[in-house]
Design a protein around this ligand. Structure first.
Ligand code: AMP
Ligand code: GLY
Length: 418
């Protein structure tokens, strides 16, 4: 089949790599893509990822049998609806279903209506109601701005003063105030085609910029897969109690979800509880997950897009552990330094690692940094320690003067094992 892949980050480079190796993928066009994706795609085409008409026109032009949407913004912007109207199969949810990521309040209310386990909450726009919620939940308490905030609209307040300051800082906007959940966090990725759901993989992200999970939040500085804390029993439970209930709820309410459902879970004493949903693959979790997928990935995504997931076998994953470490440009998550020269990628990949590209640009023959997160170095091993050693050995061969990375990805899990 002909596939159009929308996006230009490390996540999309990993999707591009995996799709290009699928037996059922005949032609793969990435738009707008990046220099890494140019290695796997048959062509790159320029398109504004937030221009639905342009994406539909491009899909028609290349006679796409399947369009795969990488990032959340085009989904919230209704690109799947536009493709649906044009009769083109799309991997990614409608704008209504994308509210699972776009509106925390929407998701909390859905959970409440359908008995999906999550933290108790109050959704309000009024400061006095928000303050009353603080009395109800005590401290710590979690304060969230209701909207797409790229993970930056959340405050876990440990004192009443901090909580009140967060409410004040949020101003007049809609807020969700939540009970604090304690436990281990893990991410679960599930394929959903409306009613049918399939567990794909678990992963663990590292959101903070600094060693030992310190400093400001980023899009993610590294990940590994699987996340051993989400064992088979917990994964089964989360699929039944969280993912399947959500799929049924969305279908029952007339906005069936199609695509990848990324559930951020807290593994509490009472079982897995939903912290948040994303309606697309995580970045860098996707880079860690793709090398583990053993199936015809394009056929799997097509089955999701056409509502035929029930006819597909369960996804099979390589019995391997993978790790991804992000190399970011100095300044990230603030303003990153652009233009730094990158060399050594071939050496880094010599022993089987893959260096996915995110914020890169070709300047003649020279690869340079053009964004915050620049490279996603990924390798596999028989266990997490081996995956870690292979990933950092590959990373050491890369020369990027303006780059920095965390040297402790996986530390919590590795410490637990030693
Ligand atoms: P979110 O953007 O909703 O995923 O929140 C960002 C981070 O805040 C999560 O990854 C958790 O570490 C933390 N968090 C969010 N909600 C809660 C909660 N109810 N209890 C404890 N921690 C939370
Ligand atoms: N790595 C976190 C995210 O993609 O939302």
């Amino acid at each position: 089949m002909n596939i159009l892949l929308i996006g230009s980050g490390g996540r999309e480079d990993a999707l591009c790599w995996r799709l290009s190796q699928s037996p059922s993928c005949e032609r793969l066009v990435a738009a707008p893509g990046n220099p890494g994706m140019a290695r796997w795609a048959h062509a790159l085409r320029q398109v504004d990822a937030n221009d639905n008409d342009a994406i539909v026109a491009l899909a028609k032009d290349i006679e796409a049998d399947l369009v795969v949407i990488g990032p959340e913004a085009p989904l919230c912007n209704g690109v799947a609806d536009a493709l649906d109207e044009a009769g083109i199969a799309c991997f990614g949810p409608s704008a209504k279903a994308a509210q699972l990521e776009g509106s925390k309040g929407f998701t909390k209310d859905l959970c409440a209506r359908h008995d999906i386990p999550t933290a108790a909450y109050v959704r309000t726009e009024k400061a006095d109601e928000a303050l009353a919620a603080l009395d109800k939940f005590g401290c710590p308490v979690v304060i969230k701005a209701d909207g797409l905030a790229a993970g930056k609209g959340v405050t876990v307040a440990t004192s009443r003063d901090e909580a009140e300051a967060a409410i004040e800082a949020a101003g007049e906007g809609p807020l969700v105030i939540e009970e604090f959940l304690s436990g281990e966090e893990a991410s679960l990725f599930a394929l959903v085609d409306g009613r049918s759901t399939r567990f794909l993989a678990s992963a663990q992200d590292h959101k903070q910029v600094g060693e030992g999970d310190t400093g400001p939040n980023t899009g993610g500085m590294g990940a590994y897969s699987p996340a051993p804390v989400l064992d088979d029993d917990l994964a089964r439970r989360a699929m039944e109690e969280v993912v399947q209930r959500t799929a049924d709820a969305m279908a029952d309410e007339g906005m069936p979800f199609r695509g990848i459902l990324y559930a951020g879970l807290m593994l509490t004493e009472d079982g897995p509880k939903l912290i948040e949903y994303n309606v697309r693959f995580g970045d860098p979790e996707c880079e860690a997950i793709m090398p583990r997928i053993a199936d015809d990935f394009a056929a799997m995504l097509h089955a999701v897009a056409t509502g035929d997931l029930a006819d597909m076998p369960d996804p099979t994953l390589e019995d391997a552990h993978t790790m991804t470490v992000i190399i970011a440009a100095e300044g990230y998550p603030g303003t990153p330094k652009k233009g730094g020269k990158i060399t050594g990628l071939e050496d880094a990949e010599a022993d089987g690692a893959i260096v996915f590209q995110a914020g890169t640009v070709l300047d003649g023959e020279t690869l340079r940094a053009s964004g915050g997160r620049v490279l996603a170095v990924t390798a596999a091993g028989e266990d997490l320690q081996q995956a870690r050693d292979a990933t950092y050995a590959a990373l050491d061969k890369i020369d990027f003067a303006d780059g920095f990375h965390r040297s402790d990805i996986g530390w919590r899990e590795l410490q637990r094992r030693s």
